[in-house]
Design a protein around this ligand. Structure first.
Ligand code: HEM
Length: 111
């Protein structure tokens, strides 16, 4: 594919991450176990997982971002358990990154 210089090119990450061709028939199910052997083995194509882009312009902050997220979760899970609020309405929304359109209200329980 030949793309003229200066053209902004955006891949729809939501479509790529929800494509059963790469992720299998259970693509819509929440299944963290699919990453148990690492990101590369989680899908049928090693670039089907694309949250940080790919190639020479891939996000240089991805390792930092993942460690930061894991540390924040680990710190929270020491003190709280979570429950999705009954008011949550599922509406994934792409705004550069994938976000919940109507926020993601959660109920925290102190452990
Ligand atoms: C969950 C958090 C993050 C996500 C989802 C994310 C995602 C992305 C994506 C999709 C790109 C574009 C890659 C491309 O053009 O192919 C990008 C670029 C970039 N990101 Fe991140 N990023 C995150 C966190 C961070 C952090 C924490 C830093 C710095 C500490 C960072 C620094 C950058 C920089 C400097 C670029 C531009 C790279 C370039 O154009 O050469 N990002 N990021």
């Amino acid at each position: 594919m030949s793309i003229p210089a200066g053209v902004d090119f955006v891949l729809p990450v939501l479509f790529l991450h929800c494509d059963p061709k790469f992720w299998g028939k259970d693509v819509e199910e929440f299944n963290p176990e699919r990453f148990s052997e690492g990101v590369v083995k989680a899908s049928k194509d090693d670039i089907a997982f694309y949250p940080f882009g790919w190639g020479p312009r891939i996000c240089p902050g991805q390792n930092f971002a993942m460690i930061e997220a894991k540390m924040a979760l680990a710190m929270l899970l020491q003190h709280f358990s979570f429950q999705l609020s009954p008011t949550y309405s599922h509406a994934p929304h792409t705004l550069i990154t994938l976000q919940p359109k109507h926020a993601a209200p959660i109920i925290l329980h102190r452990i």
